[in-house]
Design a protein around this ligand. Structure first.
Ligand code: ADP
Ligand code: ZN
Ligand code: ZN
Length: 797
């Protein structure tokens, strides 16, 4: 029997399965979807079996055998294997990348460099011998102190360097102690009178005959050590076994069940439409303002799906996957819920994935990659906040979770719900055309009024001599809330504030030596860092250009606001939430819950706080500068601004107390700002669609972004130029090819970057042409050190 294997060698010029012989001994075990270790060239690599067949077009005698089966049950089922092939075409990625993205990180290939003994132990230098005593290799990381000796041996050929797949111990095992069944058995065991520990443990055993307990727990309860347990086991008082166990991510257990709410009229209408479509591959766009009760509809439709004995996937942007959200799902569905988010360790994620694979749970709540949850019998897929750009993966495979959801809904004949207060223009346009069914919730579920939004013209403030970043109105409102003991949220877009280091004498801005970008100043560490390549250095005391000592630096955005805020309300207790304060695990939740418990008056932060924040005492929201997203060089700038303002405003007045929002802007007349004020989505959609049509962007045109990089500017320019000429020869005359041009940030990590854009409405030759580009790249440009990346559906350009 022969296995077709997709190997983990993405740099190979052809992306196709390779044939391997299946050794007789494992013939009955091997199945498509399993991981295997196979020889490839002179190394061993990981691969996935995608097919098993009787014969090969290659000489069977020359076929190499599979080295090792790495799974006993397939990690990918038939559906996901099919989906990988489709994803490969759709996103022009390598099939191996598509396969790897579908399994938890713990199951992806990790390689380790090793030194392998290639002779008898006696033939190598004595100091090395102990290292090879019980095994045939040393890992690179364990070889540091003997590296020189190894090098000598390598020259002789007695030791060779190779790379192997690191074996993961992904399944957590716990030691279980089973106490003997009867007191009679225990009483036959003799323990010396001075063996206090053993006597203590025996006392426990006598009270717990026939019981099983985890050894670490037993150590705690009985107050004994592990060797004591072993000594009694040796005497026959108990037995030991290893049991598979799940890691406990300290996730919210003992949550009380909460019953469904009675749906409002509007919710009921939407619910009925979806319920009628269960078991059909249909996509709904649920357009409902924040607080309109979308989540309650998700919960109740999932409940219907579970009643049918099927499963559901609930996708949430990473940033909204807060404990509050998780609690809502656990309250409704208890232990039937698995949760997947980036806060879990690789092992914890693997455990959640296994619960799904073994059908021990019925619902998964998770970020983007949860779309690959290996459910066999899907009844519903939901994408909340469907407009979020985090649903698109930034690097290969550049897939969009929405496309994957729709593919799976067709496979399983089940509906998809896309939910949003501010749908993406693409989805809304599809709903207008009838491709998706539009469902609308116009009012908040608890009938609270929308917050009162004021736009503040910052130019006016300047004219009146106010140079602070707080307008008089906002500052007054902050003071007012402080007096009333109500809470305020201040939001700033971090891109809008300077955080660079500047020489005041010659104007030099400190730049990254590797990238075409200025360094960012971090006050906490007194360092300047490059956010693109990770370079960092201390802030210089004198200017490297003119030696002046007048170096001026600005704190990162939020730090600077914090300083100014202290001038406005010195007595206020302020919590700051940004990349700097949320680096450690759980920091995000800690800040939020501290704020929720009223331990601070003001929460100040970046986009991180735009979502999920649901506290009754927040009555004031301030947006410090609405313009910063508006002026990004991106066709979605207005859309993003509208979305952000809507979301941030939605944080105020979510309970009984009404909310007020101040939006500060230097371009207060822009339609994205004025229409967001009253959440007038449809007028915004109409205006923005006119703009998109005029400039030839999605949803009118599809866009493909192609990026080239190389160490040498001339080479990358030439590569880009040749590609554009090639594309013009291949694609239809109605397709627009724009560029080539240098990328916005034209050098990163000492590599120059060029790009070109393809805009098309219908292009039958697109996929073929892109695959052709990849071939040309691998045969001609790869060896010259160039990179090529193709994004078939960029979220921003
Ligand atoms: P969304 O997901 O659209 O932001 P939610 O489902 O979170 O809205 O609902 C907003 C608030 O209204 C929540 O506190 C929720 O418990 C409450 N709510 C939702 N539906 C109902 C209902 N039918 N009856 C009473 N309260 C509701
Ligand atoms: Zn200078
Ligand atoms: Zn850099």
């Amino acid at each position: 029997m022969i296995a077709e294997v997709i190997v983990d060698v993405a740099a190979h010029p052809i992306d196709r399965p390779f044939d391997y012989a299946i050794p007789k001994a494992v013939e009955v075990l091997a199945e498509p979807g399993m991981r295997v270790k196979v020889p490839f060239g002179n190394r061993k690599v990981l691969g996935f079996i995608t097919n098993i067949k009787q014969s090969s077009d290659f000489d069977p005698k020359r076929l190499k055998p599979i080295h090792e089966l790495m799974d006993v049950t397939p990690v990918l089922n038939e559906e996901l294997l099919q989906m990988a092939q489709w994803m490969k075409k759709q996103t022009v990625c390598f099939e191996i990348d598509a396969l790897q993205v579908m399994v938890p990180a713990a199951l992806r290939a990790k390689y380790e460099k090793r030194f392998v003994l290639n002779a008898e132990l006696e033939e190598i230098l004595p100091p090395l011998r102990p290292y090879f005593e019980n095994r045939s290799f040393i890992r690179l990381q364990d070889a540091v102190e003997v590296y020189a000796l190894l090098k000598k041996e390598m020259d002789k050929g007695t030791i060779i360097a190779d790379t192997d797949i690191q074996q993961q111990t992904a399944v957590k095992k716990v030691r279980m102690i089973h106490v003997a069944d009867t007191i009679e058995v225990l009483e036959t065991i003799e323990i010396r009178a001075n063996a206090k520990q053993q006597l203590k443990l025996m006392e426990y055993f006598l009270k717990n005959t026939g019981q099983s307990i985890e050894s670490s727990q037993l150590q705690k309860i009985a107050g004994v050590s592990l060797p004591t347990i072993y000594s009694l086991v040796d005497k026959g008082a108990a037995q030991i076994s290893n049991m598979e166990s799940y890691r406990d991510p300290k996730l919210l257990s003992n949550i009380e069940h909460k019953a469904s709410l009675k749906l409002t009229g509007a919710q009921q209408i939407a619910f009925d439409r979806i319920e009628a479509a269960l078991n059909t591959p249909k996509t709904f766009l649920l357009h409902g303002i924040t607080g309109s009760g979308k989540t309650e509809i998700y919960l109740q439709t999932i409940d219907q799906v579970l009643k049918q004995g099927k499963e559901a996937i609930m996708l949430v942007p990473e940033i909204s996957l807060t404990p509050q959200m998780t609690i809502r799902f656990k309250e409704r569905f208890g232990d039937q819920v698995a949760v997947l988010h980036s806060g879990l360790s690789a092992g914890e994620k693997y455990d959640e994935w296994r619960k799904i694979q073994r059908a021990e749970v019925k619902v998964v709540v998770g970020a983007r990659s949860a779309i690959f949850a290996p459910f066999q019998n899907l009844g519903l897929i939901i994408l909340d906040e469907e407009h979020e750009s985090s649903y698109k993966q930034d690097d290969s495979p550049r897939y969009h979770a929405r496309d994957m959801a729709i593919w799976r809904s067709e496979y399983h004949k089940c509906p998809v719900i896309l939910g949003s207060a501010t749908p993406s223009l693409e989805s809304y346009a599809r709903a207008q055309k009838g491709v998706y069914e539009l469902l609308v919730l116009e009012k908040r579920a608890k009938n609270q009024p929308l917050p009162d939004v004021h736009i503040v013209d910052m130019r006016e403030e300047l004219r009146n001599g106010n140079r602070s970043m707080f307008s008089v109105q906002l500052a007054d409102a902050i003071r007012d809330r402080l007096e009333k003991k109500q809470q305020t949220v201040l939001f700033l877009n971090k891109r809008g504030y300077s955080s660079f280091v500047l020489c005041r004498d010659c104007g030099t801005v400190m730049q990254c030596p590797n990238c075409d970008i200025s360094l960012t100043y971090h006050r906490s560490s007194e360092m300047m860092k490059c956010h693109y390549c990770g370079y960092d250095e201390r802030v210089p005391t004198t200017c490297p250009e003119c030696e002046s000592e007048h170096i001026r630096f600005f704190g990162t955005g939020t730090q600077k606001v914090e300083e100014e805020l202290a001038k406005v309300v010195p007595e206020a207790r302020v919590l700051r939430m940004d990349v700097d304060t949320t680096r450690t695990k759980g920091a995000h939740e800690k800040i939020l819950s501290a704020f929720g418990e009223g331990k601070a008056d003001i929460l100040l932060g970046t986009q991180m706080i735009a979502k999920g924040l649901d506290f009754p005492n927040i009555t004031l929201v301030g947006v410090l500068s609405a313009d910063t997203t508006l002026h990004l060089p991106d066709f979605r700038a207005a859309e993003k601004t509208y979305q952000l303002l809507t979301q941030v405003s939605g944080r105020a007045g979510r309970d009984v107390l009404p909310g007020t929002v101040f939006v500060q802007s230097y371009t207060p007349e822009h339609y994205a700002i004025t229409l967001a004020k009253d959440q007038l989505y449809e007028p915004f959609y109409d205006r923005e669609m006119t703009m998109r049509r005029a400039s030839g962007y999605p949803p009118y045109y599809f866009v493909v972004n192609i990026q080239f990089t190389h160490e040498d500017l001339m080479t990358v320019a030439e590569y880009a130029d040749q590609t554009v000429r090639y594309l013009k020869g291949q694609l239809s005359p109605n397709t627009l090819i724009i560029g080539p041009s240098a990328s916005l940030i034209s050098r990163v990590n000492n590599r120059y970057r060029y790009q070109c854009l393809i805009k098309y409405k219908k292009e039958s030759k697109l996929i073929d042409t892109m695959q052709q580009l990849i071939k040309i790249h691998r045969t001609e440009w790869l060896k010259k050190g160039a990179t090529l990346s193709i994004d078939m559906n960029p979220t921003s350009v």
